[in-house]
Design a binder for this molecule. Structure first.
Ligand code: PLP
Length: 458
């Protein structure tokens, strides 16, 4: 893995400035550098950190798979070798401590009350399964009545919708979708639809047992006003609120006390620079915590979700162990995670506005309703008229133009002639303005050539 000596030097230089290194048991109070940095990561160091990226591709899709810098990959390799060198010692003396250290860092970053509230799991999909499995047991064991409602957004992630089908519908739960407008103009539009869905949920004497709310919807992407929606759930007597924040930490503001949900899951491999795959699942401390179990049952069953999740059989736990190294990487940037998030947001909005101005189209939402990703209307003449078209166009952009960007199809309302396709662009620290210019030029060329999606066969 390519990496400059400068990167190592920077990391080591941080060590005596970071509280984490003062106490390797992980019970320090803060993981931010004690002294302000005098210099920050340079442009060329960022290039080195991401030199494993394919330079022929304008990768404006951090949202799908995230990214991991070379220094973190190196740290991961060290953990993997430690395991391979002496697995028994690693298992008995290193693994639990290391995972606890990572959970402590996450606990502080997200303002949770206690480290027991934080479990590390593989991904948001696993976290959703943990929460929904518990709901399924509540239906089958009679804690919830058959026919009680579970509310989710229409734009919930496809895999999570399937999980709701598998765990909730199958156990007798009644699923209600909140239809959301797109393009969306204000939080109020979302709040109004959410309230209406809760009313439908409570019709005929039903109870709403669980609300599954995305923090940042995947496709189309919009930041959901979760604080307001969680508050409404509390007022309306919804039993449990699960926030699916696959795009949470590093992408938008994540504060457990301010949000107030029962469960909140965020990937760490999307916007937090961890290698694949790792997510945290926050479960607010309450007697109900003991009802949550990892779906892969192993020796630690019954010892609490965090401990169960820290051993689900023999596997590679290195993504869960590199969280301290990820924080070292993040703290090389001005303003740390906050600074990265703020600059990603500002730049993605700027790039989105540059593209919509060029194509005389619109953004999918106002800038303050997006985080580090934004929906950009594509020229209507591209003739995007189905989801299949979006996939074909995406492949065409990748193969013919070296641009990687996901595309969303939106059925036009009758008599309307706006964009039927929206691109979801992301911005992460490795992106350059040229990436977005490459995308702009590719679309401009297609428009000049009279291209329409009907010309694509695959
Ligand atoms: C809102 C949402 N939920 C869940 C997921 C699933 O994440 P993972 O594939 O890492 O489990 C995604 C992935 O993009 C997502 O956007």
């Amino acid at each position: 893995m390519a990496s400059s000596p400068q990167v190592h030097h920077d990391r080591d230089a941080d060590c005596d400035r970071c509280d984490r290194h003062a106490n390797l048991n992980g019970d320090s109070k803060t993981h931010l550098p004690k002294k302000p940095r005098l210099s920050f990561i340079t442009h060329s160091e960022i290039l080195t950190e991401f030199s494993h990226h394919d330079t022929s591709v304008a990768r404006i899709n951090n949202g799908s798979f995230g990214c991991c810098p070379a220094s973190v990959l190196e740290a991961q390799r060290v953990w993997q070798l430690k395991y391979l060198a002496q697995p028994d010692n690693f298992y008995f003396n290193e693994l639990k401590k290391g995972i606890h250290r990572s959970r402590t860092i996450i606990k502080e970053l997200i303002n949770a009350e206690h480290v027991d509230e934080i479990s590390l799991v593989d991904n948001a999909t696993t976290a959703a399964a943990i929460v929904l499995q518990q709901a399924s047991w509540a239906f089958s064991e009679g804690k919830f009545d058959k026919g009680d409602a579970v509310v989710m957004l229409h734009y919930a992630y496809g895999a999570v919708k399937k999980s709701i089908e598998a765990y909730v519908t199958r156990s007798g739960g009644y699923v209600i979708e909140v239809p959301l407008p797109f393009p969306v103009n204000s939080n109020n539009e979302i709040i109004t639809e959410f309230r209406k869905a809760l009313e439908r949920g409570k019709a005929n004497g039903r109870r709403v047992r669980l609300a599954v709310i995305d923090h940042v919807t995947s496709m189309p992407c919009v930041v959901i006003p979760i604080k307001e929606l969680v508050k409404i759930c509390r007022e309306e007597g919804v039993d449990q609120v699960f926030v699916d924040a696959a795009h949470g930490i590093g992408c938008t503001d994540v504060d457990m006390k301010a949000i107030g949900a029962d469960f909140y899951a965020s990937n760490l491999h999307k916007w937090f620079f961890c290698p694949p795959s790792i997510a945290f699942l926050y479960c607010r401390k309450s007697p109900k915590l003991s009802e949550l179990h990892h779906p892969v049952v192993s020796h630690e069953y019954g010892n609490g979700l965090a401990i169960e999740s820290a051993w689900i059989g023999t596997r590679d736990y290195s993504p869960q162990l590199v969280v301290p190294s990820v924080l070292d990487f993040i703290n090389r940037f001005e303003g740390g995670l906050e600074g990265i998030k703020k600059r990603n947001h500002e730049t993605v909005v700027e790039m989105g506005e540059m593209l919509t101005k060029e194509w005389r189209t619109n953004l999918g939402c106002p800038p303050d309703m997006c985080a580090s990703m934004i929906m950009v209307g594509l020229p209507a003449c591209l003739g995007i008229s189905s989801e299949m078209d979006t996939l074909k166009l995406r492949t065409h952009l990748r193969e013919k133009f070296g641009v990687e960007v996901p595309i969303y199809f939106r059925s036009p309302k009758t008599g309307e002639d706006g964009s039927t396709g929206y691109a979801r662009i992301s911005h992460q620290v490795y992106n350059k303005v040229d990436d977005y210019v490459k995308f702009k030029d590719a679309i401009n060329q297609l428009v000049r050539d009279g291209f329409t999606c009907t010309l694509l066969t695959k």
